[in-house]
Design a protein around this ligand. Structure first.
Ligand SMILES: [Zn+2]
Length: 96
């Protein structure tokens, strides 16, 4: 049996969903407009790719994912849900 607790205040959330709100957030890097010059296309990219791979090898998968995309989910009770709606960026618990 799955048991839910509010991520804000640890209140038990009812199995029937009567006091349960779900918040889903997608955090991702904004993609800017891509423009390529002739020099960009003709440049030798091998050294850049080797450096990029070496940089990635030094980072944890979580660090890399945080730079690109992260999906967050929070289960909230009615009181914490109201608090979220009043101040969406100020009342969220830290993701685990
Ligand atoms: Zn709560």
């Amino acid at each position: 049996m799955i048991r839910y607790r509010c991520d804000g205040c640890q209140t038990d959330l009812a199995r029937d969903g009567s006091n349960h709100f779900i918040i889903k957030i997608d955090a991702f890097a904004a993609a800017g407009r891509l423009e390529f010059t002739k020099e960009d296309v003709e440049r030798d990219h091998e050294a850049e790719i080797r450096k990029l791979l070496a940089d990635l090898a030094r980072q944890s998968p979580d660090e890399i994912e945080d730079q690109v995309y992260r999906a967050l989910r929070f289960d909230l009770c009615p009181a914490c849900h109201r608090g979220f709606l009043k101040n969406p960026l100020g009342c969220l618990p830290a993701p685990t």
